[in-house]
Design a protein around this ligand. Structure first.
Ligand code: A2P
Length: 274
């Protein structure tokens, strides 16, 4: 089926006309992790390209002027489908409806991906840190599965901190599948490290990432030196408070903030939906 024909068919499932620049895509699967967190996969328009780490705007076909929210693309750039992670906010304008989606439902996708959590926004270095809380792991799920990441960096470290252990499942499975991936498994061997902590339940490791950085525990556990602007590049994504505090710590270590237009040593993006 051609893209145009597929769009027409999908759009036909909505009772409202499709806004300009928007694709109607089909929900392929949904997985609920906790009463606060779920992931879903949708069909990918053939023409849709993105850089690992970027986000897009998603909405539901439930109004003439649908509400759109930014969602980081969690799937790798070669995936035939697009995967997203979302929190569930009981009275959230989009997520109170989105959390009820089922396979076969329609999702609206604005087709202009963008974002600062991209390799292009960092200057060359040898160790890449991706520091995330909650759904902030999503853009990094894409970046850790991109072979270019391992061309550019010798070591790749993904930290993920959540309140509850069940919220860490997505990242645990990502790390496990990465090691077994036929495309990238060999490449990541002894170079990719997953470091997960819970803050409100017992777990193998506990505590906020900020405390673990400040105490030096993070570096000890991973057997690497503390942040050094000559070596380390850092991407940060998650809650506003975590970003503020980790930003202060990496700046104190001498790293400067970069952007697509002016690459530097660290980049930041909040996990959007709230
Ligand atoms: P905590 O449980 O101690 O608040 P949330 O679900 O609120 O987005 O939080 C996700 C994770 O981010 C939680 O583990 C939370 O820890 C942690 N967190 C929240 N604020 C900060 C902060 N300022 N610095 C470091 N970690 C934080």
């Amino acid at each position: 089926m051609t893209q145009a024909a597929r769009q027409q068919t999908d759009a036909a499932t909505s009772e409202f006309p499709l806004p300009a620049g928007v694709h109607a895509e089909k929900v392929m699967s949904v997985r609920h992790y906790t009463d606060r967190l779920f992931s879903f996969r949708i069909t990918r328009p053939q023409s849709f390209r993105f850089r690992s780490g970027e986000f897009v705007m998603l909405g539901l076909p439930n109004a003439v002027k649908p509400i759109f929210r930014a969602y980081s693309i969690a799937s790798p750039s070669w995936d035939e489908e697009l995967e997203f992670l979302s929190i569930k906010v009981p009275d959230g304008p989009l997520t109170r409806h989105l959390q009820k989606i089922m396979p076969g439902d329609t999702i609206l996708l604005r087709t202009k991906p963008t974002g600062t959590l991209v390799l292009d926004a960092l200057t060359p270095g040898s160790r890449l840190w991706m520091i995330s809380t909650g759904t902030g792991i999503a853009p990094f799920a894409s970046i850790v599965r991109d072979p270019e990441t391992y061309d550019k960096f010798e070591q790749v470290i993904l930290t993920h901190t959540c309140r509850e252990v069940a919220e860490l499942t997505y990242g645990e499975e990502l790390a496990r599948n990465l090691a077994e991936d036929p495309l990238i498994g060999d490449l990541v061997q002894n170079r990719f490290f997953h470091y997960a902590t819970a803050t409100r339940e017992p777990y193998v490791r506990t505590g906020r990432i900020t405390s673990l950085i400040e105490s030096g525990r993070l570096f000890e556990d991973l057997c690497v030196p503390a942040f050094d602007p000559a070596v380390d590049r850092v991407m940060i994504c998650g809650s506003m408070g975590m970003i503020r505090d980790v930003r202060a710590l990496v700046e104190k270590a001498g790293l400067n903030e970069g952007a697509n237009s002016a690459p530097a040593e660290f980049v930041v993006e909040r996990a959007f939906v709230d």
